[in-house]
Design a binder for this molecule. Structure first.
Ligand SMILES: [Fe+2]
Length: 528
């Protein structure tokens, strides 16, 4: 199902771990609870087994369930413009049969009303009329855009033509009344038919239990769903749904992968991060290219700063992934031209949190997620979402924040045009002077962006790198390797290597010797 056979996989991550993490983002983008797609995946594979599918067919079902909503960020700002909060709308629509126009109209009207609280009755009536008149065409365009984005992203993630073809059928129905409505019955990919049934079952099962799920499938049998699949599901519903509410779906999904367990090479992982960055940016038109821009600036700035290669690689990847949590916030907020309300700001402040949660597993993503989630933190503690103080922000986190600020200023926003590079540079330096952005990080980012700045590399004591000085400070403060690794978001092995290098450079062999050296050279700046 993946196009390229994998050779040496040096990156310690499985393909499914990356796709399952991405599925958490698409859950948020569809207004669903996290792990929704993972539960759909488990049920889809169980149903596929009950239907007698072979291993390669089950593998397509497995990945289809996780990837089905990968196009969810397409056209969302247009939806939000017409209907209000597209995430709330999607939550409501998830349990409705799309062919039942009266139910759909009711949901759309309610959504427009909620989004326009405080407007006059006349204004509201106009908006509802506009929504109902333009809604069908917009939905058709949204569905088409959703599928095209899904197909292109799936291709970039290495999935084959069969998967891409099926991802073009996300909104097709068994009775041919879906969108674009070109297919019906068995002409729709079997994997898609299974996943379409399974996702609605998961929704109804969560809301009302097994009986409600069975009743719903029977009601939609032969219209929305393949009748044979409905019969198979109904015969074994309790068995197929067993434990889905209780089990930890991450471990179950990973153990369930049919066929060969594919691991990603470094190159494949980087390509996937790039695709995820574009997935995040497409949520709003002015953010296109933001993630890759931040990634490149941050990685180059790390080099200017003399940070270790591991930091540079982490920054490049974290830059691509940093805004994936934007998917959880309505596009209407991202494109709002006027000032945000307090409630809207509260939502915006949560997006780095969602980035961290989406990337919480496995360990390799978690390390990047921890760094990525710091991109809006500020040295004076005024950032979000944690409001961390300077002492908790590593050099890499400071560079990421500076790169994000600078690059965002050179992009247009709903309330202002893109700033000229020289003006953006001046504003970044102003942030540094105000104590919010690290001045060395700011200068490094500006150098990376092609601005002339002061010499960046400092003469460091005993040839120690900045990272080594950080480690040395923490050693002197009595921190264990494990604690240092946690504070600096490094692996314990990397910390251990740093310690050996430090000891060699400063000519000591014990923590006590290193502590004395740090005191003699006035290096004991508080790191915590
Ligand atoms: Fe952000």
């Amino acid at each position: 199902m993946q196009k390229n056979s994998l050779q040496s996989a040096t990156t310690d991550i499985r393909l499914v771990e990356l796709i399952a993490a991405l599925s958490l983002a698409t859950d948020l983008g569809m207004g669903q609870p996290m792990e929704y797609a993972q539960n759909v995946c488990i049920l889809s594979v169980r149903l596929g087994e009950a239907l007698g599918l072979n291993e390669s067919e089950l593998r397509e079902v497995y990945y289809m369930a996780l990837l089905r909503h990968i196009g969810c960020n397409a056209e969302t700002y247009r939806m939000a413009d017409l209907f209000g909060d597209e995430l709330a709308l999607r939550t409501d629509v998830a349990s409705v049969d799309s062919a039942r126009s009266s139910q759909m109209v009711g949901i759309v009207v309610r959504s427009i009303q909620q989004a326009n609280e405080g407007k006059s009755a006349l204004q509201l009536a106009r908006m509802i009329a506009q929504g109902l008149m333009n809604g069908p065409n917009l939905m058709k365009e949204e569905y088409t855009g959703f599928c095209e984005v899904a197909q292109r992203l799936a291709g970039r993630l290495g999935f084959d033509e069969g998967m891409k073809l099926a991802l073009g059928q996300v909104f097709e129905r068994w009775d041919g009344r879906g969108s674009p409505g070109k297919l019906k019955g068995e002409a729709i990919a079997r994997s898609m038919r299974i996943v379409t049934l399974a996702q609605d079952v998961i929704t109804f099962h969560r809301m009302e239990g097994v009986d409600a799920a069975v009743a719903m499938t029977c009601e939609r049998k032969g219209t929305l769903y393949d009748p044979h699949m409905v019969e198979c599901f109904c015969q074994q519903a309790s068995h197929l749904l067993m434990g889905l509410e209780d089990e930890h779906s991450w471990e179950v999904v990973l153990a369930l992968e049919p066929g060969k367990r594919t691991r990603l090479s470094d190159e494949q992982f980087d390509t996937a991060c790039l695709a995820i960055g574009d997935f995040a940016d497409i949520k709003s038109p002015y953010a296109l290219g933001h993630s890759v821009g931040v990634s490149e600036l941050a990685a180059q700035a790390a080099r200017h700063c003399g940070l270790p290669e591991t930091d540079r690689v982490d920054l490049r990847r974290a830059g691509l992934l940093h805004d994936v949590g934007r998917v959880a916030i309505s596009a209407g907020i991202w494109v709002k031209p006027g000032p945000l309300s307090e409630r809207e700001w509260e939502r915006v402040r949560m997006h780095p949190y969602y980035t961290e949660r989406v990337l919480a597993r496995p360990d390799m993503l978690a390390r990047l997620g921890s760094l990525a989630a710091l991109h809006h933190e500020r040295l004076d503690g005024s950032g979000y979402y944690r409001r961390l103080p300077a002492s908790m922000l590593s050099p890499a986190a400071r560079i990421l924040a500076a790169a994000d600020v600078y690059h965002a200023m050179t992009e247009p926003r709903p309330h202002r045009p893109a700033l000229e590079p020289a003006i953006a540079a001046e504003q970044l330096l102003r942030e540094a002077r105000a104590g919010r952005i690290d001045s060395e990080a700011a200068n490094s980012v500006l150098a990376a962006a092609g601005h002339k700045v002061r010499t960046l590399r400092r003469e460091l004591v005993a040839g120690l790198s900045q990272r080594e000085i950080e480690v040395l400070r923490l050693i002197a403060r009595g921190r264990t390797i494990k604690q240092i690794a946690h504070i600096l978001t490094l692996s314990e092995k990397t910390v251990d290597n740093h310690i050996q290098h430090i000891y060699n450079k400063i000519g000591v062999s014990t923590r006590a010797g290193a502590t004395l050296f740090a005191m003699e050279h006035d290096l004991l700046v508080d790191m915590e």
